[in-house]
Design a protein around this ligand. Structure first.
Ligand code: HEM
Length: 353
C-alpha cells in the first residue's frame, strides 16, 4: 500500500476508534464508578428504561416545569441519607416514622413521589420488575437537569432498593440546614468525600426551584442579615411578612426555572436566599469557585456533572443486596400482594419469549 493510503487507513481507523470511544455510554466520565454499577446495566433487561422516563418527564414538565426541581432535590435527599437506595420513598411503618417525616423532608414535593411511582409503573409495564426505584430517582434527577436547560450526561445504573428507612436522627444529621455557614457545609460534605469544588457545584442545584419562607426568615427577622442585598431583603419581606409566614419564593431570582449559572451571579450580588448559599461567596475557600462558575457556565456544568455522578453513587446497594421494589413507597415484604401479581406477570412474559 502506498504511504498516503496507509496513513489514510490509519487515520480512518483511529478516528473510528475515537468516535466509538466518545459515543459509548460513560466514555467521557471523569468519575470512577462503584463496583456493581454499570453504564450498560439495563441494555438487555430493559433497554427502553431511560427513554420511557425521559419521554414521560418531557410531558410532565411541559405542564409544570417546577416538578423538575422537586425531582432533583428528591435524589439529593435520597443519596445523602443512607445512600441512594430509594429509602426516602418509603412510607412510615410500624417500625417508626419514615425519612419523609423528618423535618428536612417535610418540604419535599408530594408530587415528586407520585411522579416516581408513575415512572416505575410505566417502566415495569415494559420490562417487568427489573429497574429499581433508586435508579428511577437518579435518572429522573438527571433528566430534570437536562430538561431545564442544563447538561446532559450518563449515569451508571444498577442501584438496588433499600429494605429500611433511616431514623429521624440520621436524616437530620446527614442533611445540613440552610442556616449553616460555608465552613460547616464543607465539613459536613467532606465526610462524604466532596471537596470545595463539589460543594459549590452541588449547591448550584439551587438554580431552579422554590423555598418556603421558614427556610430563610431567620435572615430577615428580628434583625436583617447585613450580608443580604437591601432591595432583595425588602422584596423577601413582602413575600414573608413575619418570621412564621408560610409563603414560597424562587431560589434563583434571575432565571428561576432555568438550569444555568445565574445562581452564582445572584450570590455575587448578595441575593442568595439561604445562609448556606450566600456564605459560599463570603468564605475565602469557596469565593473564587463561585466567581469562576458565575463567569463560565460550561465550567459549572462540567463540575456539576462530576459532583452529581459522585453523589449518585453514595453508599449504593448492588448485586443481591436490597431488592427491586414493586411499589416505590413500600418494601416488598410489606407488599406481598403486589409482588406476587408482578411476579406472575413476569413469569407469563418469560413463557412467551
Ligand atoms: C448543601 C446543602 C444544601 C442545603 C442546606 C439545602 C437546603 C435547601 C432548602 C432549605 C430548600 C428549600 C426547602 C423549602 O423550604 O421548601 C432547598 C430546595 C432545593 N434544593 Fe437544596 N440544599 C442543599 C443542597 C442541595 C443539593 C446538593 C441539591 C441538588 C443537587 C439541591 C437541590 C434543591 C432544589 C432543586 C430545591 C428546590 C426544590 C423545589 O422546588 O421543590 N439542594 N434546599
Amino acid at each position: 500500500m502506498a504511504t498516503g493510503a496507509k496513513s489514510f487507513t490509519f487515520l480512518l481507523i483511529s478516528s473510528l476508534f475515537l468516535v466509538s470511544c466518545f459515543c459509548a455510554k460513560g466514555a467521557q466520565n471523569p468519575v470512577p464508578i462503584v463496583n456493581g454499577l454499570s453504564w450498560t446495566f439495563y441494555d438487555y433487561s430493559c433497554p427502553k428504561a431511560e427513554s420511557i422516563i425521559r419521554k414521560q418527564l418531557k410531558k410532565v414538565f411541559k405542564n409544570d416545569i417546577g416538578q423538575a426541581a422537586g425531582l432533583l432535590r428528591l435524589h439529593f435527599h435520597d443519596c445523602f441519607v443512607q445512600g441512594c437506595d430509594g429509602s426516602v420513598l418509603l412510607d412510615g411503618s410500624a417500625s417508626g416514622p419514615s425519612e419523609q417525616d423528618a423535618p428536612p423532608n417535610l418540604t419535599l414535593r408530594e408530587k415528586a413521589f407520585e411522579i416516581i411511582n408513575d415512572l416505575r409503573e410505566r417502566v415495569h409495564k415494559e420490562c417487568g420488575r427489573v429497574v429499581s426505584c433508586a435508579d428511577i430517582v437518579a435518572i429522573a434527577a438527571r433528566d430534570s437537569v437536562y430538561l431545564s436547560g442544563g447538561p446532559d450526561y450518563d449515569i451508571p445504573l444498577g442501584r438496588r432498593d433499600g429494605l429500611n428507612f433511616a431514623t429521624q436522627n440520621a436524616t437530620l444529621a446527614n442533611l445540613p440546614p440552610p442556616t449553616a455557614n460555608a465552613s460547616t457545609i464543607l465539613r459536613s460534605l467532606a465526610t462524604k468525600k466532596f471537596d470545595a469544588t463539589d460543594v459549590v457545584a452541588l449547591s448550584g442545584g439551587h438554580t431552579i426551584g422554590l423555598s418556603h419562607c421558614s427556610s430563610f426568615t431567620g435572615r430577615l427577622y428580628p434583625t436583617q442579615d447585613p450580608t443580604m442585598d437591601k432591595a432583595f431583603a425588602n422584596d423577601l419581606k413582602g413575600i414573608c411578612p413575619t418570621i412564621n409566614s408560610t409563603g414560597t419564593t424562587v431560589l434563583d431570582i434571575r432565571t428561576p426555572n432555568k438550569f444555568d449559572n445565574k445562581y452564582y451571579v445572584d450570590l455575587m450580588n448578595r441575593q442568595g436566599l439561604f445562609t448556606s448559599d450566600q456564605d459560599l461567596y463570603s468564605y475565602n475557600k469557596t469565593r473564587d469557585i463561585v466567581t469562576s462558575f458565575a463567569e463560565d457556565e460550561s465550567l459549572f456544568f462540567e463540575k456539576f456533572v462530576v459532583a452529581m455522578i459522585k453523589m449518585s453513587q453514595l453508599s449504593v446497594l448492588t448485586g443481591n443486596q436490597g431488592e427491586i421494589r414493586a411499589n416505590c413507597s413500600v418494601r416488598n415484604s410489606d407488599n406481598s400482594y403486589l409482588v406476587s401479581v408482578v411476579e406472575e406477570d413476569l413469569e407469563t412474559k418469560s413463557e412467551l419469549r
